[in-house]
Design a protein around this ligand. Structure first.
Ligand SMILES: [Zn+2]
Length: 168
C-alpha cells in the first residue's frame, strides 16, 4: 500500500491516500488522527481544558499556503502562553476570545522547514488515558520549538494584542 505523507507534520502513514485538506494543510489521513485525538481530549472533562493545547499544536504544525494567517498566529500565541507564561488551556481560550475582538491584520508567519517532530500519532500511541497531559505537552513543546525563528514576532503580537487589554 502506498504511504501517505502529511505536508504539515511529515507523518507518513501506511493507509490508502484519502487526499489532502488545504484548509488544514494536512493529509486527510493525518487529520483523521487529529479528530480521533480531539474526540478524546474533548470528553475527558479536564477542568483546565487541555484540549486547547491539542488544537493549537495541530494548527501550528499544519500551516501552509491555504491556511488562514489568524489561525496560525492564534495557535502560536496559544503555545507561547502555555510554554512561556504558564497559561492553562482555559486561560488560552479566554485570551483567544479577547484577541478575537481585535481588528488586527494578522501577519503571515513563516512556517519552519519540515523536520522530525512529535506528531498527533505519537500522542495517540502514548499511554493515552493515563499520560495525555505529558504527551500533549511534549507535542506542543516540540512544535513551539520548531517555530523558534518566529518566537520574537509572536511575543510581540501578544504584547500588542493581549497585554494591552490588561490580561495578566
Ligand atoms: Zn500532519
Amino acid at each position: 500500500m502506498p504511504g501517505v505523507v502529511c505536508p504539515g507534520c511529515g507523518l507518513s502513514l501506511d493507509t490508502p491516500d484519502l487526499g489532502f485538506d488545504s484548509k488544514f494543510h494536512a493529509s486527510c489521513a493525518c487529520l483523521q488522527l487529529y479528530w480521533e485525538l480531539s474526540a478524546f481530549t474533548l470528553t475527558i472533562g479536564e477542568p483546565d481544558f487541555i484540549h486547547q493545547l491539542a488544537v493549537d499544536a495541530y494548527a501550528a504544525q499544519h500551516a501552509g499556503p491555504g491556511t488562514k494567517p489568524i489561525r496560525t498566529a492564534f495557535a502560536l500565541m496559544g503555545l507561547c502562553l502555555v510554554f512561556e507564561r504558564g497559561f492553562t488551556g482555559r486561560e488560552v481560550q479566554l485570551a483567544h476570545m479577547e484577541m478575537g475582538k481585535s481588528r488586527t491584520e494578522w501577519p503571515v508567519l513563516q512556517p519552519p522547514p519540515l523536520t522530525k517532530m512529535v506528531t498527533v500519532q505519537d500522542v495517540l500511541n502514548d499511554d493515552l488515558p493515563n499520560n495525555y497531559r505529558e504527551a500533549l505537552l511534549r507535542w506542543g513543546r516540540s512544535v513551539w520549538d520548531c517555530w523558534k525563528p518566529e518566537h520574537e514576532r509572536i511575543r510581540r503580537l501578544l504584547r500588542v494584542n493581549l497585554d494591552r487589554i490588561g490580561d495578566r
